[in-house]
Design a binder for this molecule. Structure first.
Ligand code: UT7
Length: 346
């Protein structure tokens, strides 16, 4: 060792830098699971002094699907995940992160994601649930994109899944006809070109009371003389006004963040909350008629976190969009929370 070398202090250990900005992330595959049982409006309207005509004209819903025995949150997640992985050509053991967005997994712990990861064969994958209501899938895609870009994982599985029929009071006029069940999944991974734009997301807690579980579980079970199942409650019209008029602005911000104009878009896939909300947003965004608009609320109802991937899969199945098309997705709901981004259809 020379004298010069012996006087040099050893270099301080450094944390390896994140991958450089040349890495891109995209949606590689999408898959849907729709529960077997179709529930038409007439099966619901009698209990809430409503009618098929009222439900159709106010919400656009003609029927929805409610999960039956065996169609659990985890089972529906696994079914949609299998289709998304097959579509992506990604093996379960290549999945490094599993994110399940849901508000209707009735176990406080462990997460649905841990069970999904284990049962699909994504051994050792990081796994966690996201509670961001109807924005949950878009939140999950945003996180998965950033993880792939940062090198935290090669592939992430994002599932949006709900069994809202478990949490809905069949005698509540404001919710009984709207909420529904299902699952949709997407695989996020490296791509040759940017396939997922920057997310525009946020929350507005001043609207906390507009959609919420009536009571926490402990109060529901121990707070009174008789245990009372804590259903979801919603001030529909206030939510409607917020969604219809504020969410188009968020959608426009997502377009701007991605550097995409409405003329560039092939599809608009908003959370399927209410057909009238979709109509208002289409108008506010001045979408050209060439843009395919997801409207599967008519047969699916409002499936919260599942609605965007379900609608995306539906547009692919019907041939209204094809792989490589540019789509604007947006989710919004209880919290109040929202998230929007531009994606390429896998
Ligand atoms: O997914 C998360 C976010 N959720 C949403 O985005 C849902 C947003 N909200 C909605 O989709 C709509 O507010 C609903 C579809 C839930 C309700 O439609 P609306 O046009 O906002 O109805 P409304 O609550 O303002 O009620 C209008 C009328 C009222 O009667 P009057 O006062 O005008 O005589 C209600 O009593 O309709 C009556 N009504 C019903 N009638 C038949 C309310 N619920 C019903 C019902 N059937 N189920």
């Amino acid at each position: 060792m020379s004298g010069e070398q012996s006087q040099t202090a050893p270099a301080a250990a450094s944390i390896r830098a994140a991958p450089d900005g040349t890495r891109h992330a995209g949606l590689l595959g999408v898959g849907a699971y729709r529960p077997v049982r179709v529930v038409p409006n007439d099966e619901i309207s009698g209990k809430i002094d409503s009618s098929d005509e009222w439900i159709r004209s106010r919400s656009g819903i003609e029927a929805r699907r409610w999960a039956g025995e065996g169609e659990t949150v985890v089972a529906m997640s696994i079914a949609s995940a299998g289709k998304a992985l097959a579509h992506a050509g990604v093996r379960p053991d290549q999945v490094g992160v599993v994110i399940v967005a849901t508000v209707s997994h009735l176990y406080q712990t462990p997460s649905a994601a841990s069970e999904v990861a284990h049962r699909i064969g994504a051994a050792g994958a990081a796994a966690f649930d996201v509670s961001a209501a109807c924005a949950g899938f878009c939140y999950g895609v945003a996180m998965a994109r950033d993880m792939v870009l940062a090198g935290s994982t090669e592939h992430a599985l994002v599932v949006g899944v709900e069994r809202l029929s478990d949490l809905t009071d069949p005698f509540d006029r404001s919710t009984a006809f709207i909420f529904a069940d299902g699952a949709g999944a997407a695989v996020v991974g490296p791509s040759a070109e940017p396939g997922i734009g920057p997310v525009v997301w946020g929350s507005d807690g001043s609207g906390l009371d507009l959609i919420r579980q009536e009571q926490p579980w402990d109060v529901a079970f121990y707070g009174g003389d008789a245990p009372e199942w804590p259903h979801l409650e919603m001030q529909g019209n206030a939510v409607y006004r917020w969604a219809a008029y504020e969410m188009a602005k968020i959608a426009q911000e997502a377009l701007d963040a991605a550097g995409v104009s409405v003329e560039d878009l092939d599809a608009f896939i908003p959370h399927q909350a209410n057909m009238r909300i979709t109509d208002v947003m289409v108008k506010a965004l001045r979408l050209p008629p060439s843009v395919a608009v997801a409207r599967d609320i008519s047969g699916q109802g409002n499936t919260s976190a599942a609605s965007v991937p379900l609608a995306m899969a539906g547009l692919l199945e019907s041939g209204e969009v094809t792989s490589g098309d540019l789509a604007l997705i947006i989710g919004f709901g209880a919290g109040l929370v929202y998230a929007a981004q531009v994606v390429r259809i896998p």
